[in-house]
Design a protein around this ligand. Structure first.
Ligand SMILES: C[S@@+](CC[C@H](N)C(=O)[O-])C[C@H]1O[C@@H](n2cnc3c(N)ncnc32)[C@H](O)[C@@H]1O
Length: 502
């Protein structure tokens, strides 16, 4: 992570804020902020002296406000919102089962080509498609397509797959993963040719990221720059597949890891496989999987259409989609740009910090958003949902009272987040045929000591956009069993465009 203006204490507050009530160990924090454990310990001790952080057993540290929440008069807890949702929206919170996180994809052909921690499971998507009767002649949309889990499954079920996504490495992954007719023999021979060409090249220029030399050994930098410069330009199926294989090896070949945020492990030694070997392995996996997919007797759907475009203004034809399935960014969740800056830079999608900033400003709001991007959302009197008219001032007040929260416009970040989602809901509703469903996996959050029921709010925004709310089902608890900690959930929200809708 690029150091913020407030230096290490601010970075640690940010990292702890992201872990919420779950907390983090010194080692986790150190990798997260790309520093050694000693300076992190020193900062934690200083913050503890000032009463800003607490140790809560088993070596975990949390921001103090997470600890005090439950006892505060103004804290509205999750159960109160669930009850209110049932009363106001007529839907009781249910439960769904089955794996939902991306982890189970890591062993699956094609899905494993680009591990995207922020994705969801192919099994979950498969179940949703089957329940909706998706097959040849139908169309499936994913407005936040990510690495293409929905789109791969939709194509394999014989459907037309449509998606939008702003993060270029994810767009690349989704495009490559849906081009399942790619000839494995051509891919393998082109990979060999490029590896041979790379061995004859000189070391190439480093990407613009300041930390590059710290993140990679010098031999990895030499091999990666040569390989990168030997790759074909983006655009054909083979070229894109090779570029994805290259993108896939960057983090494993570095001293970084994703857990799920990008972290730096200063102790990691460069004694793993050489980048070229990793690249060959990545291509070999693709070749194997393409052969496996060819044995699937089901006819594939038409070629997928994946637009590198903002989901808010996709402009899909009206009433053309049978089912939409997605998982949007979560409130205050992932800063995708920060987490994929290495991929963005090495693959040439971002050429400067200004490019990264611009992309962050275009994505659904996360809490690393530049202040200039939240200015229009500072007022709390006209939010997209009446519940937010209570929640936003509460966040603002908590931040003011605390005095040291890492950004004093946190309420505006949350405001913008929901203001960003509302047009996506309208856009998807427009694109769906009457009776078509929009299935959304989304979580709730705890921010600056205020509870934000992201799933229920999304369902309510859906209702405001003209959907009927079919169900909200808890799919998993995002943290379990830790004493005095706060239980967050991840839910499946199902909305339907009413059959009688105009
Ligand atoms: C939770 S991830 C989706 C993961 C996907 N379900 C998968 O399995 O790979 C959310 C995605 O939304 C993308 N995103 C954020 N804002 C966007 C916007 N305004 N338009 C399109 N995509 C956006 C992010 O880049 C991120 O990849």
């Amino acid at each position: 992570m690029a150091p913020s203006a407030g230096g290490l204490p601010d970075e640690i507050r940010l990292a702890l804020g992201e872990t919420g009530a779950i907390g983090a160990t010194v080692r986790q924090l150190a990798t997260r902020v790309e520093r050694g454990t000693r300076p992190v310990e020193e900062v934690l001790d200083a913050l503890a002296d000032r009463g800003e952080v607490l140790r809560i057993g088993r070596g975990l540290w949390v921001l103090r406000d997470y600890e005090r929440l439950a006892g505060r008069d103004d804290f509205v807890d999750p159960a109160a919102y669930v009850e209110r949702f049932e009363r106001e929206n007529g839907v009781a919170l249910g439960h769904s089962s089955g794996p939902i996180t991306f982890r189970s994809n890591e062993a699956l052909p094609v899905h494993r080509w680009w591990p995207y921690v922020q994705g969801y499971s192919a099994e979950f998507v498969g179940g949703v498609l089957a329940a909706a009767g998706i097959g040849p002649g139908t169309t499936v949309l994913d407005p936040f397509a990510g690495s293409g889990t929905t789109l791969v499954e939709a194509r394999r079920a014989g459907a037309r797959a449509l998606g939008t996504e702003l993060l270029a490495p994810a767009v690349l992954a989704a495009r490559v993963k849906t081009r399942l007719e790619l000839d494995p023999v051509r891919l393998a021979s082109e990979a060999d040719r490029r590896v041979r060409a790379a061995s004859r090249r000189d070391t190439g220029p480093l990407p613009f990221l300041r930390e590059t030399r710290r993140q990679f050994s010098s031999s990895a930098l030499r091999d990666l720059t040569r390989l990168r410069d030997a790759l074909p330009a983006e655009g054909t199926a083979v070229a894109d597949a090779l570029r994805l294989a290259f993108g896939r090896i960057l983090i494993p070949a570095s001293r970084l890891h994703r857990s799920p945020c990008l972290g730096y492990d200063p102790r990691a030694r460069a004694d793993g496989p050489e980048p070229v070997e990793r690249f060959r392995d990545a291509v070999a996996t693709m070749v194997d999987d393409l052969r496996t997919v060819r044995r699937d007797p089901r006819p594939l759907g038409p070629p997928a259409v994946i637009r590198a475009q903002d989901a808010r203004s996709a402009g899909w034809p009206e009433r053309s989609v049978d089912l939409a399935v997605t998982s949007p960014p979560y409130v205050n969740g992932m800063d995708y740009v920060m987490n994929y800056k290495v991929d963005l830079a090495w693959l040439g999608y971002a050429r400067s910090y200004a490019d990264l900033r611009a992309l962050r400003g275009a994505e659904v709001a996360c809490d690393n958003l530049p202040r200039s991007e939240t200015r229009a959302y500072l007022a709390t009197d006209d939010p997209p949902d009446p519940w937010l008219a209570e929640i936003l001032p509460r966040i603002r007040e908590n931040v003011r009272r605390k005095g040291s929260y890492r950004r004093d416009d946190m309420h505006a970040v949350v405001h913008r987040y929901f203001a960003d989602l509302a047009p996506v809901l309208r856009e998807v509703r427009r694109a769906l045929r009457p009776g078509g469903r929009f299935v959304v996996v989304v979580g709730d959050s705890l921010l600056a000591g205020a509870y934000v029921p992201g799933d229920l709010l999304l369902a309510r925004l859906g209702a405001a956009a003209g959907f009927s709310i079919v169900s909200v089902e808890v799919a998993r608890s995002r943290r379990s069993g830790q004493r005095r900690s706060f239980e967050l959930r991840e839910s499946v929200v199902t909305l339907e465009r009413p059959r009688s809708s105009g």
